[in-house]
Design a protein around this ligand. Structure first.
Ligand code: Z5A
Ligand code: MG
Length: 226
């Protein structure tokens, strides 16, 4: 039995560099939504618990080697494994906070030298976020935070390229918006200065989330990059 009058949940994606505070902020946001009686669920990519996720985990910890294209497709398949469940959850009225998504998929692979459009294509058609937050932090600030440098991509040169590529997603969207370009991705990006205190970052995120909780349920859920 489907209640067609029920408000759908909102898909909120949190992206950013290593140690930008994505998981910390995603958890804090989930707690705040619960306090505000908004049904919400926290998910994260890569989801290392599935069989595909286990292959990704071994690769990231340098326990296995894979062709750059093969690992790219595994990251994407890891999202498709959950796509139906994401859609169902949203349609049941539960909001999803997603710690990394397809944009991470694109920027990390492009920074290794794969073509941009090739990198986007396997994720075309995934549920599109209603809000994408880019937690921006300098590599210097990130390095001061704990646990840096243990995994494969945690090298400063790579992190610098990744930061520029994330910024391009945000800027491209703002430019398209100003030009009234219909071919824009239709993803609302907000860049958050994640070099500030935990509390300040939390407050900035909460402001954006309150806005999208008002607006997004009136629109149908869109598909990414179609
Ligand atoms: N990857 C990919 O290539 N393709 C894909 O499709 C996807 C991912 C989805 C693993 O990702 C790698 O997979 C990642 C991208 C690639 N490679 N890199 N680099 P992951 O999400 O599993 O793990 P991670 O993102 O690398 O790292 P992380 O530890 O999850 O970072 P975080 O979630 O952004 O940070 P955090 O855990 O919330 O915080 C880190 C520390 O900083 C912690 O001690 C906090 O207490 C502290 N912190 C957080 N915020 C603050 C502030 N504001 N001030 C001070 N200290 C803070
Ligand atoms: Mg994390």
């Amino acid at each position: 039995h489907v209640d067609t009058n029920k408000k759908r949940g909102v898909l909120i994606v949190i992206e950013g560099l290593d140690r930008s505070g994505k998981s910390t902020q995603a958890g804090a946001l989930a707690a705040r939504l619960a306090q505000s009686n908004v049904p919400a669920k926290l998910i994260k990519f890569p989801d290392r618990t599935t069989p595909i996720g286990k292959m990704i985990d071994a690769y990231l910890r340098s326990q296995s080697d894979l062709d750059d294209r093969a690992i790219h497709l595994l990251f994407s398949a890891n999202r498709w494994e959950l796509a139906t469940s994401i859609e169902r959850t949203l349609s049941e009225g539960t909001t999803i906070i997603c710690d990394r998504y397809a944009f991470s998929g694109v920027v990390y692979s492009v920074s290794k030298g794969l073509p941009f459009s090739w990198c986007k294509s396997p994720d075309i058609g995934l549920p599109a976020p209603d809000l994408a937050l880019f937690l921006d932090v300098s590599p210097e600030k990130a390095r001061e935070r704990g646990g840096y440098g243990e995994e494969r991509y945690e090298k400063e040169e790579m992190q610098k390229r990744v930061r520029e590529l994330f910024r391009k997603f945000v800027v491209r969207e703002e430019d398209a918006e100003q030009r009234g370009d219909a071919s824009k991705d239709d993803v609302t990006w907000v860049q958050i200065d994640a070099g500030r205190s935990l509390e300040d970052v939390k407050e900035s995120i909460w402001r954006e989330v309150q806005r999208v909780l008002e607006d997004a349920p009136r629109r149908p859920l869109r598909r990414l990059w179609v």
